[in-house]
Write a protein that binds this ligand. Sequence first.
Ligand SMILES: Cc1ncc(C[n+]2csc(CCOP(=O)(O)OP(=O)(O)O)c2C)c(N)n1
Ligand code: SF4
Length: 303
Amino acid sequence: MSEQDCAGTGKATRQGLLGAGTPMCAGCGGLQALHQIYDLVGDKTVFVNAAGCMTLLSIYPFTPFPGSWLYTAMACAPAGAQGVRDALDVLLAKGRIQPEQDQLPVVLTGDGSAYGMGLSATSAAIDRGLDFLYICYDNEGYGNTGHQYSAATPAGARTATSRVDGYAGIKKDLFAIWSAHRPAYVATAIGTEPADLARKLKKALSLSGPRLLLVLAPCPTGWGFEPARMVELGKLAVKTGIWPLKEYSDGQVRHTQVPARRKPVTDYLQLQGRFRHLFAPVRDTDKLTALQRQVDDYWEHID
Ligand SMILES: Cc1ncc(C[n+]2csc(CCOP(=O)(O)OP(=O)(O)O)c2C)c(N)n1
Ligand code: SF4
């Protein structure tokens, strides 16, 4: 798909289909992305949401969604999406709804579900070739319950369950795990790069089968930064090379932005309370050098 095919997506992202007045935190990067995503997927969708921060969006009888919303347990949103798809197919087959009334099941989960508890159900849904869109807003922790570490937490980040030296593990590569299933489409994105996000979503919507949009979600509450700096931080995630923007389709991975001169990772890390222990009271040069090397190693193999 060319950039020209995406002409008008900028306008589409400003419709404001998702209603205002939600109980999400100020400066929530996940919510910022969801506003853009909803404007593009539209209201002929059934959002299937695994327990997490976004669950607070829609609590009966209040909802910011003009379309449909189904709440599931953390591990089983893809199974919920399968049920929605099957029900719609039965209604279509019986003529109780017309093809133009069909709806797209859209899974909406945090990283705790997407990288961990829900991964088995996700893998099975991809194996079955389920026709669905999967949105993961990745705030790199179990946000809704106080930001405990998840399999998406980056090395060195302090969380509610890794308080002293920060998380000793390595962020799981969900993009690679999805791609290994050879689904229709996989992409990373971030709300602070709206044209890139819109182009990828439009491409995903033009395809059928399992499709993932993995969206980094800067989280002022869990990451420890001022809500007003969310856009700055999101842009730094891309400019430092920490969050590579890329897509997978037809067996190929393509980077959609290659930062020409990457900023040092410390520009990104030092704005966040979860990495403060790497800078004070004593600068942890070894850890910071190792984190920079991880990023450099990744990009060394990219054209
Ligand atoms: C099986 C199970 N364990 C624990 C919980 C409690 N719980 C509700 S939301 C949540 C955090 C989910 O984290 P994530 O998927 O990353 O989404 P976020 O909260 O960050 O939006 C947890 C642990 C639950 N709902 N189900
Ligand atoms: S905890 Fe983080 S992800 Fe959850 S609503 Fe607040 S800012 Fe958004």
